[in-house]
Design a binder for this molecule. Structure first.
Ligand code: GLN
Length: 472
């Protein structure tokens, strides 16, 4: 086994036993990136010198006897995490040369823990999408089949983990962006509870559902990364001031007596037959381990997609207002005759078409006269969706559902936006409700990996991860 193929658990054991150094693993990952990235296009920026420097520092800390789950472990971050001194593009032309003056809180935490940042990964522009085809810097291909998409929007992170370009990666999830690419690339992807980890320094998409989270090779690895990145942050008032569970200890407990719900509304026409069979098999495995499978209903599930695609563009249109061609990023000032033209030309040339679509939709539904009819109504239905989950979680501990309707689709295979939006049908409602959910690999469809999703109660990442551990 090569060092870049190691899981965090394996790398930790080897580092602590001094079998190899952090510099060794870092070099192995950097060579894997050099060798494979041309074909896959998962990584947008590599910070080789900085990574080797950080790895040396981690080795010194290990030599001094310091302990830490992620000390000396190399990782990649989605390119919507601000990284001081290293480019952050959000895969948009409008931020193509943007260098942030500070690190996102999650990056600060990982730095303190001694994890080694290798570089930044590709995504759909501003995290808008389910395939990474909306990147201004080219599509990320699926390492299992280069003619297929890697999923999105954290497609670069998922593909990089699957192709062993890093030991783990960071993604962000607004409506499925960690879970969809995890499903398509055959890795574990955890979307924590909204407010469990800080959004500070992550390029904002939908502030009411955005969360940072890990993409990893195993459930235990996801538990470790989530442990380190979770917690209250005074720079993000939506983070909870609540103790973080010991996730690693939690996943070792057994699941006997646990109640696992299968929601009727998630087994619908359009769901790939093999995916359905995989989930039935997963339910059986969990039942054999002592869990009880219960059929449940979440009646408002069918409204999640329309609600999401009203609320998300609304927040997107507001959050992207800051890209005016003046304060930072790309500017068309030289070719503009007046201030209005600076705005029009900078935004017109800087944003891609999906981003523009969302800005227009959001501006429309928020405008006077339409606000009550669309935005306000969507927020009311969102409450209904939340109440569905509240009711169901009185009866069961977690829910088991598909992550995606099928496996990775062909590059260019979802031409109209609505067919692309339908890829998120199973991940949107937990996002709207702010619940933790993980996608864990569960069998394949014609040789391509697919995941199952486990959704839990707010702040109960422990039960979600523990259930996933039994399917890992
Ligand atoms: N695919 C969804 C969208 O396009 C989710 C994106 C995300 O979670 N960032 O909005």
């Amino acid at each position: 086994m090569q060092l870049n193929e190691l899981t965090i658990t394996q790398a930790r054991a080897g580092l602590d036993a001094k079998k190899f150094s952090s510099v060794d693993i870092t070099k192995a990952c950097l060579s894997a990136i050099k060798e494979k990235n041309k074909a896959i296009n998962a990584v947008l920026t590599v910070c080789e010198a900085e990574a080797l420097f950080e790895a040396e520092k981690a080795d010194e800390r290990i030599a001094r006897g310091e302990k830490g789950m992620l000390l000396g472990i190399p990782y990649l971050a989605k390119d919507n995490y601000l990284t001081k001194g290293i480019k952050t593009t959000a895969a948009s032309k409008i931020l193509a040369n943007y260098i942030a003056p500070y690190d996102a809180t999650v990056i600060v935490k990982l730095r303190a823990a001694g994890a080694v940042l290798l570089g930044k990964t590709n995504l759909d522009e501003f995290a808008h999408g389910s395939s990474t085809e909306n990147s201004a810097f080219g599509v990320t291909k699926n390492p299992h089949d280069l003619s297929k998409v890697s999923g999105g929007s954290s497609g670069g992170s998922a593909a990089a983990v699957a192709a062993n370009m890093c030991v783990f990666a960071l993604g962000s999830d607004t409506g499925g962006s960690i879970r969809c690419p995890a499903s398509f690339c055959g890795v574990v992807g955890l979307k924590p509870t909204y407010g469990r980890a800080s959004r500070f320094g992550i390029v904002a998409m939908t502030s009411s559902t955005d969360v940072p989270g890990p993409l990893t090779k195993t459930v235990a690895d996801a538990a470790m990364v989530q442990q380190v990145i979770s917690g209250h942050d005074r720079n993000d008032f939506t983070t909870a001031d609540k103790a973080v569970d010991d996730y690693l200890a939690a996943i070792d407990k057994d699941i006997s007596g646990m109640k696992i719900g299968l929601p009727d509304e998630f087994f619908i026409a359009g769901l790939n037959e093999k995916v359905k069979q995989n989930i039935e098999a997963a339910a059986e495995t969990l039942e054999q381990k002592g869990a009880k499978i219960v059929k449940v209903s979440l009646p408002h599930t069918k409204y999640a997609l329309p609600v999401y695609y009203i609320i998300t563009p609304s927040e997107v249109s507001s959050n992207l207002g800051r890209h005016d061609g003046i304060r930072y990023g790309f500017s068309a000032q030289k070719e503009a005759r007046d201030l209005t033209e600076v705005y029009f030309k900078s935004r017109g040339q800087g944003f891609g078409s999906e981003t523009k679509r969302r800005i227009m939709l959001g501006t429309y539904v928020l405008s006077a006269g339409y606000y009550d009819a669309y935005y306000l109504r969507a927020q009311k239905v969102r409450t209904k969706i939340i109440e569905d989950f509240d009711a169901v979680f009185k009866k069961v501990d977690v829910l088991l559902t598909p992550s995606t309707p099928g496996p990775a689709f062909a590059i260019g295979g979802r031409k109209d936006p609505l067919s692309m939006y339908l890829e998120d049908i199973f991940t949107l409602s937990p996002s709207l409700a702010g619940l933790p959910a993980v996608s864990v690999p569960c069998g394949d469809v014609d040789g391509l990996p697919v995941g199952v999703q486990i959704i839990g109660k707010k702040f109960d990442e422990s039960s979600v991860l523990r259930t996933a551990q039994y399917l890992d």
